[in-house]
Write a protein that binds this ligand. Structure first.
Ligand SMILES: [Zn+2]
Length: 203
């Protein structure tokens, strides 16, 4: 399971990656493993690589924050304040529906991209349950997977994800023995293809 965020030739952010490098990583990893590509935050820019991933038979999953799926929205989180709004543009419900129609899985990344471990019980419930309810309501498809914003989770958050009805919740660093802390390999602009293969091997 690979974890990507923004995909852009022009956004010089450490969380972003150029499309050609992403596809180089996926092609190299696909020679050795079954690769799944996941895209946190539902940045609109990520869709540029979907046709090639689909031609490579690489399953795609988008983890969307429901409050940023409105028309014309950008991912307005403090950590990205001041970045180019064009690069922060997020997919709207119509686009998410079109991707889902082509076979892209749509999972939840919460409502507002909150730091879940810091929330009250009510707030945590809203992030976990409110998001899957809206995804299922808008897209008319089951939402079974969750990805923790910032990869942050603890015992209480993992238990709440289970109670909310998710079948699996993805972290970044985690363990395949815990469905609510499933690991992903997060890849960014700094990971050239040899380094990517090395990271995948040593995990
Ligand atoms: Zn995120």
């Amino acid at each position: 399971m690979l974890c990507y965020h923004g995909v852009s030739p022009s956004w010089e952010h450490r969380l972003c990656i150029r499309p050609d490098l992403l596809l180089g990583q996926v092609r190299a990893l696909s020679r050795f493993w079954n690769v799944h590509a996941t895209f946190d935050d539902a940045f609109r820019s990520a869709a540029a690589v979907f046709p090639t991933l689909e031609s490579l038979d690489v399953p795609i999953q988008i983890f969307v924050c429901t409050s940023y799926a409105r028309e014309g929205s950008v991912l307005a989180i403090p950590e990205l304040a001041g970045d180019d709004p064009d690069e922060l543009s997020t997919m709207n419900w119509e686009e998410l529906g079109e991707h889902a129609d082509r076979g892209v899985e749509i999972g939840s990344h919460g409502v507002s991209h909150a730091h879940l471990t810091t929330l009250s019980g009510d707030e945590l419930h809203h992030e976990l349950n409110g998001s899957w309810e809206e995804i299922e309501d808008r897209l008319r498809r089951p939402c079974k997977d969750f990805a923790y914003p910032y990869g942050e989770h603890d015992l209480r958050v993992r238990a709440a994800a289970r109670v909310a009805g998710y079948g699996r919740a993805y972290a970044l660093r985690g363990s395949w023995s815990d469905d609510y802390a499933a690991p992903r390999l997060d890849l960014y602009r700094r990971h050239n293809v040899p380094w990517t293969l090395l990271r995948a091997l040593v995990r």
